[in-house]
Design a protein. Structure first.
Lengths: 534, 205
């Protein structure tokens, strides 16, 4: 390749090229990241709307918004499936992972750019299949528990096929990222200098590789079960319905960490920049991601404490579940220690990062309640679970996702959003979220079961409060979305490629980055978090 | 998809400014990771096999008697031989011997096809005797495991076919044999899984 040609193309921002073909056939990791970002955001908003519908139904004890309980089941199946499979599993890992990993390690792209595009297309195909099946509609919830998923008349085969295809995309992305991180680091970018987002992405990719194939085979078995009338999960034919749950949670519990570990990485990037301090406990944060990843494979039975498993198994898995709290707490303490005596700037992304610490801690600690056997028997299948799960997923992952959007927005798009409106929308999101989900802890404790369209009148005040909260949250997300979309329509450039003074590599290139990322592959001489030392 | 691993690695060497050595080791590493996921995919079936065999030892013993050990043994030999020719093909590509590369890849491909034909006769005989996936859990596992394996044989044959075409187009010149090696890894996995399936299904003592 002629060097002259190369230098010329390098200075063109990656967003410059127009036209549909330049997008759908792109192998540029930054563009593929945008494709994922648009798709997952779209499904996030749709799934959010179904949640608003459910909350509206639950404002009063009677059935008034939906015509019958099945419609409510369809709504929560849609909400759960879209959020889990379309948004939160690929979510941060595929969008920000794609955008940031090559930039942060000083590479021009991922190791296999064409496979990267392929996995996006596989993701879209899976999305199409799943969406078609969900519209039929489906009522299994997102977990497809047998025996109901074998008995129901809805299109279970199509749904599971869709999820299977999505899993394929997830595996290819994970494989691509691991190879990229191993093989394409810039000179001097040693393992102990890697940004923590890279460590988090690495741990996530390992989970994607190890867990996804198991859910893949589970879903194939379920398909065979329905298509050929086999009895793997049917006790009448000698099968074992609990086997399905074992298989399912062997994937789906690690999948919870596929959802949240990338957010850990994001928080570890945002906090040192706005505290102007080196991150505290770098190695502890890096290794704890792996500790979480490893332990996550040995806790799946805690989803099945009331399914009739032996007391010994339950006690062991209860203990193992408690273990997850240790590496997670290590992270929270290290982030807090990074803030200590820092000169903190409350940028909108920092507000999301701080909310993450608070909300995720609540989500994590309530998880410890649920890991305790006796308490779990009382709280199983109540709103306490719903609240816990949303404190981890919204309070954790979504806060991390929003924080990342606000933090890397200038870098990615070369535009500037209105910071005051961003802060206002952060406040609405934070307040709305807590008003929605905090009351659910109380109702759950008092025995309100999940997945019901109607309920006894004594829970009405909690439910009404929760519904009001969902409106505040909805308005907050709406304002945030508009605030982030409007600047894209306008002309204008950020004043500096590195407005927050980050030391990470992606901030040392122009905003938006040029197509080839770096004029010359940089040589790294110091770690990413040497704030206050220079 | 695996063939695109191979193709990709090939094109990478031309366009992206990565050295041949990085491309080679990245492609191999990527394929090893992918093979790990394949083993986990089958791992679910092996787990189900272990569970149900422990639960119904007699059913497994009685049902396995109706499997055709002769055809199974022939297929085992065919696949092991094809792994051998695949290994020789990789070696030929490293020695830049295009003629032998094409011959050996073709033999490997034919072995894969022979395996498929054999399996076709085996399945038809089962159906003829009224044995279907829903007959009992042993046969359900038999059809699931060998069927999923068969799909992998077909994918492997697709990769080998692509490699033959690429070899004919002289795309492995100048020591760019990464796709052959990566494709070979995949084929060995297909072989390896069968080596576990054969005793588990056909040779229950």
């Amino acid at each position: 390749m002629a060097n002259g040609v190369m230098t010329q193309t390098q200075h063109i921002p990656f967003l410059a090229q127009k036209g549909l073909k330049s997008w759908i056939l792109t192998t540029d990791h930054k563009r593929i990241g945008i494709l994922y970002l648009i798709t997952i955001s779209f499904f996030f908003l749709i799934a959010g709307l179904t949640a608003l519908g459910m909350r509206y139904e639950l404002m009063t004890p009677e059935l008034d918004f939906f015509r019958n309980p099945t419609e409510y089941n369809v709504a929560f199946t849609l909400h759960g499936s879209l959020m889990v499979f379309f948004f939160i599993v690929p979510g941060i890992a595929a969008s920000f992972g794609n955008f940031l990993i090559p930039l942060m390690i000083g590479a021009r792209d991922v190791a296999f750019p064409r496979i990267n595009l392929l996995s996006f297309w596989i993701y879209l195909v899976g999305t199409a299949i799943l969406l078609y099946a969900l519209m039929q509609p489906a009522d299994t919830g997102w977990t497809f528990y047998t025996p109901y998923s074998i008995q129901t008349g809805t299109k279970v085969i199509m749904i599971t096929l869709g999820v299977f295809v999505l899993g394929f995309s997830s595996i290819l992305t994970g494989m691509n990222f691991i190879v990229t991180i191993h093989k394409l680091r810039a000179p001097g970018m040693t393992w102990s200098r890697l940004p923590l987002f890279i460590w988090a992405s690495y741990a996530t990719a390992i989970l994607q590789l190890l867990a996804t194939p198991v859910v893949g085979i589970t879903l194939l078995l379920l398909i065979a079960e329905r298509a050929f009338d086999i009895g793997f999960f049917d006790p009448a034919k000698g099968g074992d319905p609990i086997l399905f749950q074992n298989f399912f949670w062997f994937y789906s519990h690690p999948a919870v960490y596929i959802m949240v570990i990338p957010a850990f990485g994001i928080i570890s990037e945002i906090i040192p920049v706005f505290a102007r301090k080196p991150i505290f406990g770098y190695k502890a944060i890096a290794y704890s991601s792996f500790a979480i990843a490893i332990i996550s494979f040995f806790v799946w039975l805690h989803h099945m404490f009331v399914s009739g498993i032996s007391e010994t198994a339950a006690a062991i898995f209860s203990f193992l579940t408690m273990l997850v709290a240790i590496p997670t707490a290590v992270k929270v303490f290290n982030w807090t220690a990074t803030l200590y005596k820092g000169s903190i700037e409350f940028h909108s992304s920092m507000l999301y990062a701080l909310s993450f610490i608070v909300l995720f801690t609540i989500g994590g600690l309530t998880g410890v309640y649920l890991g305790a056997l006796a308490v779990d028997v009382h709280l199983h299948d109540t709103y306490f679970i719903v609240a816990h799960m949303h404190y981890v997923m919204i309070g954790g992952t979504v806060m991390g996702f929003f924080g990342a959007l606000h933090f890397w927005y200038q870098k990615w798009f070369g535009k500037v959003f209105n910071e005051l409106i961003a802060k206002i929308s952060w406040f609405l999101v934070f307040a709305g979220f807590n008003v929605t989900f905090f009351p659910q802890f109380f109702m759950g404790f008092q025995g309100m079961p999940r997945r019901y369209a109607t309920y006894p009148v004594e829970y009405e005040s909690y439910h009404a409060l929760s519904t009001y909260g969902s409106w505040i949250l909805g308005v907050g997300v709406l304002i945030m979305t508009v605030n982030l979309i409007l600047p894209l329509m306008k002309k204008g450039q950020p004043e500096s490629p590195n407005p927050y003074g980050s030391l990470s590599l992606e901030w040392q290139v122009p905003s938006p980055p040029p197509h080839e990322n770096f004029d010359e592959i940089p040589t790294v001489t110091d770690w990413t978090y040497a704030y206050g030392k220079k | 998809m695996s063939s695109s691993t191979a193709e990709h690695a090939e094109s990478h060497a031309h366009g992206h400014g990565l050295g041949e050595a990085v491309t080679h080791s990245a492609a191999k590493f990527g394929m090893w990771l992918f093979l790990g996921t394949e083993i986990l995919l089958f791992g679910g079936l092996f787990a189900a096999y272990a569970l149900f065999r422990a639960k119904f030892p007699d059913l497994f013993y009685e049902s396995h008697k109706k499997l055709d050990i002769t055809l199974g043994t022939i297929n085992t030999i065919v696949l092991i031989f094809s792994s051998f020719t695949m290994a020789l093909a990789v070696s030929a590509s490293q020695k830049r011997n295009r003629k032998w590369l094409i011959i050996l890849l073709s033999v490997t491909f034919i072995c894969g096809a022979a395996f498929g034909v054999n399996k076709y006769f085996e399945y038809s005989a089962k159906f003829h005797h009224g044995i279907f996936p829903d007959t009992n859990i042993f046969y359900a596992l038999y059809f699931m495991m060998t069927g999923l394996h068969m799909i992998h044989v077909f994918i492997g044959m697709g990769i080998i076919f692509a490699l033959i075409i690429m070899a004919k187009q002289r795309r492995f010149e100048k020591g760019r044999y990464t796709p052959v090696e990566v494709g070979g890894l995949y084929w060995h996995l297909v072989d390896l899984i069968w080596i576990y399936l054969f005793p588990l299904l056909y040779l229950i003592g």
